[in-house]
Design a protein around this ligand. Structure first.
Ligand SMILES: C[S@@+](CC[C@H](N)C(=O)[O-])C[C@H]1O[C@@H](n2cnc3c(N)ncnc32)[C@H](O)[C@@H]1O
Length: 347
């Protein structure tokens, strides 16, 4: 049946046509994100790495409502994620690509879950409801997503390692150890220490050092950096030439950041460098969103501004040597500083 021009005009004039189109387009994108997220969280995509009938699939993922599963499979088929022939379901090239890249998987997991759940739950939270716990509960997804920008962080680190000729490096809040491994790879003569408060992440870092064949030059302390720093550089086997604090400062209340940077600065040898890498607060949609997500968490988290980090480094007694955006259009920055060398007598 043809749509009459009269009814088209009526539809166009019955409200804000442009905003309606935008709302539908945004809604469809939101549905696509949620559908992929659902296909991952239910285990459907993973299970369909081997073609399966609905009954096999239901058994594999523990689904009891087979009719609902069939409707879900039809929705995934329409979204181009599943192909079904003769009652057998299999992946498409699109869903294979999703499964084949962990950053893509983490993006769908994160954006269909807490990144959007934040806004769904906002009315309750604004009314005094409980703070969120995504950063602790879904820290793995946040870390996997941040891997997308890792080559840019590694470029900046390799430059610092080369320029400083660092022999001893430190990675504060080293997470899974990827940056520590990279620093040691960039400086084949160097030794390194990672400090990580979370035992599960520390175990990953120890594993990463062994996997990269640098376990003889690197070790990981499962500890709070502030406690290690209170013991002094001896706890690390001596002062370090290069320290990295990547994606850690925003977990701390703003008023505790200078103290952390001072503690890390005290572990530096004279002339030693400190690199603070962080997503920063700026006027872009993702930065403002991430800052909101942090502020909605249990604890006093927020994104810092680059100039704030620079003045905290100065207050911590270090000389700021640079503020650099690491990725065009992305709010990821490196702020670098140096511990002054003592003046030579008579100068
Ligand atoms: C977002 S992850 C970043 C990991 C890694 N630096 C990176 O950039 O991929 C932050 C890490 O800092 C660790 N962390 C937070 N506060 C810490 C503290 N006071 N001492 C040591 N580690 C800490 C967390 O456990 C977490 O693994």
């Amino acid at each position: 049946m043809l749509v009459s021009p009269k009814s088209l005009v009526k539809i166009a004039r019955s409200g804000n046509a442009l905003e309606r189109l935008r709302a539908v387009r945004d809604g469809q994108a939101a549905i696509r994100v949620a559908a992929v997220g659902g296909a991952l969280s239910t285990g459907v995509l993973h299970a369909l790495r081997h073609p399966r009938t609905t009954a096999d699939l239901a058994q594999e993922i523990g689904a009891r409502d087979v009719e609902l599963l069939e409707a879900f499979l039809r929705a995934l088929t329409a979204a181009g994620l599943v192909r079904s022939t003769d009652g057998v379901h299999r992946l498409t090239s699109r869903s294979r690509a999703v499964l084949g890249d962990d950053v893509v998987r983490a993006a769908y997991e994160g954006f269909s879950d807490f990144h959007t759940g934040l806004y769904r739950d906002l009315p309750g939270q604004l009314a005094g409801g409980r703070a969120r716990e995504d950063v602790t509960r879904r820290g793995d997804v946040i870390a996997r997503l941040s891997r997308a920008m890792e080559p840019l962080v590694h470029d900046a680190l390799a430059r610092e390692v080369r320029e400083s000729g660092a022999r001893r490096v430190l990675d504060v809040g080293c997470g899974d150890g990827s940056h520590l491994v990279h620093m040691l790879a960039a400086a084949p003569e160097a030794h390194g220490v990672g400090i990580e408060i979370d035992p599960a992440a520390a175990a990953l870092a120890i594993h990463a050092l062994a996997g990269a064949g640098v376990a003889d030059r690197g070790r990981v302390l499962t500890a709070d950096v502030r406690e290690v720093a209170a013991e002094g550089a001896e706890a690390l086997g001596g002062p370090v030439d290069l320290a990295l604090v990547a994606n850690v400062v925003y977990y701390l209340p703003a008023e505790e950041r200078t103290e952390l940077l001072r503690a890390v600065g005290a572990l530096l040898a004279p002339g030693g460098r400190l690199v603070v890498v962080s997503t920063m607060a700026e006027d872009s949609a993702f930065s403002r969103h991430f800052d909101l997500l942090l502020r909605a968490q249990d604890g006093e988290m927020s994104l810092p501004r680059p100039d704030e980090v620079a003045s905290q480094l100065t207050d911590a007694g270090l000389d700021v040597t640079g503020i650099q955006r690491l990725a065009p259009g992305d709010p990821l920055y490196a702020v670098t500083a140096q511990r002054a060398r003592p003046e030579a007598p008579g100068t």
